[in-house]
Design a protein around this ligand. Structure first.
Ligand code: FES
Length: 369
């Protein structure tokens, strides 16, 4: 049965509910509702999982408190279904049977936090406040991910085609003087154009053809400066790769192929080195690396919530890099400082159990660096 509150909500046509409490224990759920309303939230109550899920589909609450043990659909099952209704809703488990196992299991399914009954009203309000913050971040990240890419300004002023023809004639003349045939030149240009398209796709970006081509031209020029610094010597291959890694934060394919051609080194040798050393990345990486420890100690002490916050704030999942190549988010298994758990590391600096505000500050600092 959905309670009077939900019925009142439905008959009044009101659409907005901040917090839904799904719990079969009347005195407890009503107590939560009253506390939440005194705390300024619009709250509603459902007495079992089935009605709670139905209610959610209509009201889309930002935070849902779910009892673990209920008749019918269990709290864990409700938890698993919430993201399918609205992935920005933040579930919080409430139970009178709190154990580490049930906490870990509910966190794995997506619970943001775990409250053991009985708890103080302040504790409830504080947990819900954090849940509301996370829901807001998720909404913003979702809106950002769904927004159409901003149109990119054309980088080249459309020169008069006669000017371009004259430049082309000059290039053709240079080619002939180097003994390069026009067909060969066109084939190599077509190959580089395909590399530009591949590169943009690898970065997950949609770019105008001319912009993508000019960008890889600039990359190849920057790579040439590195090769030149090492006098184009094959014996300095590792050092060159390290410099390329530092310059681009990863080893883009077009740069490796350029290197192979420039130094006359088989591409397979370059890839063997790149795969062998951990210092090299063949995937795009952000300028800043954020790692969240998911080892056992950190997991039990809140790492899933920490990861969810960071992930929502950056708008990327673990293992991903944002479209602007600013951040790479990773999970690791134990950083060897379990006493500080849950732990996050940003560009080599450790942060122990950072609050939402601290995470915001850390990320904002990195944005400006
Ligand atoms: S489990 Fe996270 S530091 Fe050990």
């Amino acid at each position: 049965m959905v309670t009077k509150v939900a019925d009142k909500w439905r008959s009044s046509g009101t659409q907005a509910v901040d917090v839904l409490v799904i719990d079969d224990e009347e005195s407890f759920s009503e107590g939560c509702r009253q506390t939440l309303e005194m705390g300024g939230y619009r709250a509603a109550v459902a007495r079992d999982g089935r009605h709670g899920l139905q209610f959610m589909e209509q009201a889309l609450p930002r935070v849902v408190l779910v009892d673990l043990k209920m008749p019918g659909i269990s709290g864990l099952e409700v938890l698993g279904r919430i993201p399918k209704i609205d992935a920005t809703t933040v579930p919080i488990i409430v139970t009178g049977h709190g154990t580490v196992d049930s906490a870990v299991e509910s966190m794995k399914i997506g619970a943001f936090d775990f409250l053991t009954k009985p708890f103080e009203p302040e504790k409830l309000l504080e947990t819900v406040r954090r849940g509301m913050d996370l829901s807001q971040l998720r909404k913003e990240a979702k809106a950002h991910a769904e927004a159409p890419p901003a149109p990119e300004p054309a980088e080249v002023a459309p020169a008069d085609r006669h000017d371009v023809l004259l430049k082309g004639l000059g290039v053709l003349g240079e080619c002939y003087s180097l003994g390069v045939e026009k067909r060969q030149l066109l084939e190599e240009l077509a190959y580089l154009e395909a590399e530009a398209k591949y590169h943009a796709q690898q970065l997950g970006q949609v770019k105008r053809k001319e912009k993508a081509i000019l960008e890889i031209r600039d990359d190849l020029r920057a790579a040439d400066e590195i090769f030149e610094k090492h006098a184009f010597k094959k014996s300095t291959l590792i050092q060159i790769l390290l410099d390329v890694q530092t310059r681009f934060n990863w080893l883009p394919r077009h740069v490796l192929r350029w290197l192979s051609s420039r130094l006359n080194v088989p591409l397979v040798d370059i890839y063997t080195l790149a795969n062998f050393y951990e210092a090299f990345s063949l995937e795009p990486r952000g300028a800043h690396t954020i790692q969240v420890c998911m080892g056992t100690a950190c997991h039990v002490r809140g790492a899933p919530q920490l990861l969810a916050r960071v992930s929502a704030m950056l708008g990327i999942k673990p293992g991903e890099t944002d479209a602007k190549q600013r951040y790479t988010l990773e999970t690791v298994h134990c950083m060897g400082c379990c006493a500080l758990s849950p732990v996050m590391m940003v560009d080599g600096d450790y942060f122990s159990n950072p609050s939402l505000k601290q995470i915001e500050r850390i990320i904002a600092d990195k944005k400006t660096n």
